[in-house]
Design a protein around this ligand. Sequence first.
Ligand SMILES: NC(=O)c1ccc[n+]([C@@H]2O[C@H](COP(=O)([O-])OP(=O)(O)OC[C@H]3O[C@@H](n4cnc5c(N)ncnc54)[C@H](O)[C@@H]3O)[C@@H](O)[C@H]2O)c1
Length: 387
Amino acid sequence: MADTINVGLVGYKFMGKAHSNGYRQVAHFFPDVKLRPVLHTLCGRDAEAVRAAADQFGWAEVETDWRRLVANPAIGLVDISTPGDSHAPIAIAAAANGKHIFCEKPLANTLEEARQMIAAAQSAGVVGMVNFNYRRVPAVQLAKRLIEDGRLGTIYHWRAVYLQDWIMDPNFPLVWRLQKDQAGSGTLGDLGAHIVDLARMLVGEITTITGLTETFIKQRPVLEGTTGGLGAAGGQQMGEVTVDDAALFLARFASGAVGTFEVTRFAKGRTNFNSFEINGSKGSLRFNLERMNELEVLLEDEQTDVAGFRTVLVSNGSVHPYWNAWWPAGHIIGWEHTFTHTIYDLLNGVAEGVSPAATFEDGLRCQAVLDAVERSAGSKQWVEPEY
Ligand SMILES: NC(=O)c1ccc[n+]([C@@H]2O[C@H](COP(=O)([O-])OP(=O)(O)OC[C@H]3O[C@@H](n4cnc5c(N)ncnc54)[C@H](O)[C@@H]3O)[C@@H](O)[C@H]2O)c1
């Protein structure tokens, strides 16, 4: 039986729930995991709510201040599943206390914070990983292998969109994701970070960028119990939206490929549409998260008189990564499995003392691209990411 590591998780809502499930599933499905996680302490600011979440998700202890959590000598791994403004302070304090760190994306709200997090993790000698979970969809891993094996030839085009529609109602309130001081940016850091990370993993580093951002609805109702009101509209306190609702950008890659990226929360009917297409000299492929067990491929080396894109069901344990842990071929998996895959690699990395990708350095490079998009949108110029 593998050794165990006590985990302290900060944040118990969307990602807290998804990560908790990953920690609970990992040793059940991946018995070879080199460290078995113990769901030791769940942290949130509301004592009653965090206790209820801990009971639901299976955590033993609760904590209401992350500063106490990161100082707890029993905890070996700190998981940061909070909004972006708290990533850097929690990670830096966790590293100072010698804890390994698993941090939600985007790594930080600013490039400077990302650099400080890397420095803190490096000087403490701890493992740091960013949760870019779409890296570990088996179909995305197959895309990576086809590219690495040269099956697509020279890559010419990267074309990615990540589209949602959940804030189109003007009465949707001013939640933390719409406030720059908490979220860092809007769609750019939330959705753009994912497709930038996938582009970096599959096509390589981005060298120059030109982009635009737009905020379609500039004021929204303030949530009860929060500050920042601008005055009343029909009795309702309004506040300013300080992030982008949509971002579009063009990029050049170091490899010579060119790319387009589009992210929005205003694509009516698109709830979580995360898709990319890659065109190379010898083939093309397309991935769509809504059909995440599939990869559409067209490979010149297997063209026949019925040539065309075909859809591969990526569920064969003997050739597709992570599949052996789950079910027989064709018994498909879902979005939550990507968290278990990521946590599996994280725990093996901690056991070996090696930070698995996406490392904090990957997180910084992604941040540099997001930062460049904002600078380009402001200056209306082509700009270079400041890696
Ligand atoms: N990898 C993905 O697919 C994915 C998906 C959604 C969100 N995220 C990322 O996860 C992070 C959290 O997003 P979410 O959707 O879970 O948000 P959420 O609003 O659902 O949950 C945030 C949690 O953080 C807690 N929190 C906030 N400030 C805190 C503090 N100072 N101390 C303790 N707890 C605090 C809140 O109480 C809440 O439990 C963000 O960085 C976001 O970008 C990643």
